[in-house]
Design a binder for this molecule. Structure first.
Ligand code: ADP
Length: 327
């Protein structure tokens, strides 16, 4: 049966991503439009445990659509992994009469939401907020487009110096379990090779390709490595190449946290606004315990318990494109 929901909470959880603020704004303003009371829960699930909960008004989310990070802050919360922790969190929601939640985060946060909802019968709606784009059931995640554009801008700059000195640059981008930032930024910057966690790395093949290009005097080479590649990060690959081809001038550049920050791109602001709007509609219409995605430019709803089981697959054709275009 659909419960009449009058009070909802919104939180950001796990790793931050640009566009989370646009999503918070959309949830708050859509909720208020429908006559709901909206509460902001600070520091992710930790705020539910600590009762760090604030009433949100339309004005509370003014002037944030263009800002990176999250005004509600985010956190990882070990106590929420325990039943006792989640019970404490539920008591705080009950005290305020909060009947539904919108959770903006990655698959870990969705796991927490699913468990919480099963235990306490509180409807939860997920919004995919992660720069890694590692969630199946959506073509976009909030933050990926900004992060990958930041990576591309930085890699273009590195390419200038690689070109000036005829050097090989190995650039490490974010992605502990997913290679999407590496794959997209690598194709967009004309990388010679891209190493991602989803595929086994063949170091001999990399050496053979570099040797062959050296023979042809193709000297500017960029290799993009996702931080979670099983061969190791950029430093490990650089050491290996230096050992195999000592005469090749090789440098490493680790892009790091710049990829998480900054003003969200137009795409991230738009998808965050659409997803936030539809999250509230889900709570009102009784479409519970799903995450809101976009597939083929249409809203797409995946049950939270399915979302946590599936990973987005890498399209093998893309790897082939990298190889052909880098010749
Ligand atoms: P992300 O959401 O970015 O994937 P994490 O994996 O760190 O980030 O998850 C964020 C938070 O979600 C965790 O700190 C924890 O509070 C909660 N969480 C993750 N997995 C579970 C789980 N299996 N059960 C309960 N809570 C979880």
């Amino acid at each position: 049966m659909i419960k009449k929901i009058t009070k909802i909470g919104v939180l950001t959880s796990g790793g931050d991503s640009p566009g989370m603020n646009a999503a918070i704004r959309a949830v708050v303003r859509t909720g208020i439009y429908h006559g709901l009371e909206v509460f902001g829960i600070r520091h992710g699930y930790q705020g539910m445990l600590d009762d760090d909960i604030i009433k949100m008004e339309g004005q509370s989310v003014a002037n944030i659509i263009q800002r990176g990070g999250t005004i509600l802050k985010t956190a990882r919360c070990m106590e929420f992994m325990t039943h006792e922790g989640r019970k404490k969190a539920f008591e705080n929601l009950k005290k305020r009469g909060i009947q539904g939640l919108v959770i903006i985060g990655g698959d870990g946060s969705f796991k927490g939401a699913q468990t919480f909802s099963n235990e306490f019968d509180i409807p939860c709606i997920g919004l995919p907020g992660t720069i890694d784009k590692d969630i199946a059931g959506t073509d976009f995640t909030i933050g990926f487009d900004t992060a990958v554009n930041t990576a591309v801008e930085a890699i273009d700059k590195v390419r200038d110096t690689a070109d000036a000195h005829d050097r090989l640059f190995i650039i490490e981008v974010m992605g502990r379990d997913a290679g999407y930032i590496a794959l997209h930024s690598g194709i967009a910057t004309g990388a010679e090779n891209i190493l991602i966690p989803e595929r086994k790395t063949n170091p001999e093949e990399i050496i053979a390709s570099l040797q062959e290009k050296k023979k042809r005097k193709k000297l500017v080479n960029l290799i993009i490595v996702a931080e979670g590649d099983e061969f190791g990060g950029a430093n490990e690959l650089s050491n290996y190449i230096k050992k195999e081809i000592p005469e090749l001038e090789t440098r490493v550049c680790i892009l790091g946290h710049i990829q998480r920050g900054g003003s969200p791109s137009c795409l991230d602001r738009v998808i965050a606004s659409r997803m936030g709007y539809h999250a509230v509609e889900c709570l009102i219409e009784g479409k519970y315990n799903v995450f809101v995605g976009i597939v083929n430019n249409k809203m797409h709803y995946t049950p939270l318990n399915e979302a946590v089981k599936k990973k987005q697959k890498i399209n093998e054709e893309w790897m082939n494109i990298v190889k052909i275009l880098a010749t």
